[in-house]
Design a protein around this ligand. Sequence first.
Ligand code: ADP
Length: 244
Amino acid sequence: MGGREATMVLLDENGIRCDGRKVDEPRRIMIKAGGLKNADGSAYIEFGENKILVGVFGPRDVHPKHMSNTDTGILRVRYHMEPFSVGERKNPAPSRREIEISKVIKEALEPAVMLEKFPRTAVDVYIEVLQADGGTRCAALSAASVALADAGIPMRDMVAAIAAGKVADTVILDVNNEEDQAGQADMPIGYMPSVEKITLLQLDGVLTPEEYKKCVEVGVNGCKIVYDLQKKALNDKYFGSGED
Ligand code: ADP
């Protein structure tokens, strides 16, 4: 965050960003429900240059048994980045970053999933990042919500996610990799539009109170765009051409 801005034009005099987008324009988003025949539910998302596959398994027995909870089900999330997903090969050993993002996504999904409906069992969410370009936690969270719905897991709502941020003292929607690295702030937001609840909010960088409010507003509006595409993905699979 910060530091390299001088060498890179993140916002030109016409308000156009380094990848040609306007300040409030998300990247191209494509979400597909289903696709993995051995999973109980699955989804694939392309979010700009990010490509992420999610498989959901369960509810199923917990081993070892003492890890289970007699009152409620448990959600387990593994976010994994392929070594080839970034320009310079990523070390295949689990990184602190992957452990953090797994935890963040699990905590963002928990308010959405009706875990109390399946005590003693676990739902496993496996996230495979095939290609990364900034914003993978948001794209993965959005795809995981679709995969959970595809698995028939009872949910209060789907969590839709996108990041707001700040470059060249301007609030932007959907921070890409260059903007994440050279910009001033990155704020990933996860939001359940029907319930109107934020389940993920992180902030890397510095914002004034006004910019903070603007980022939340811009981010929540962006989540609504993602939400429509999540619903469309499920509609296409279950009420569409019937290819899947
Ligand atoms: P997010 O992907 O949610 O934005 P970060 O802000 O931690 O999470 O990462 C931003 C981007 O940095 C990633 O999307 C990816 O493109 C890149 N990145 C992450 N880890 C590595 C790595 N080990 N090597 C190269 N690039 C990486």
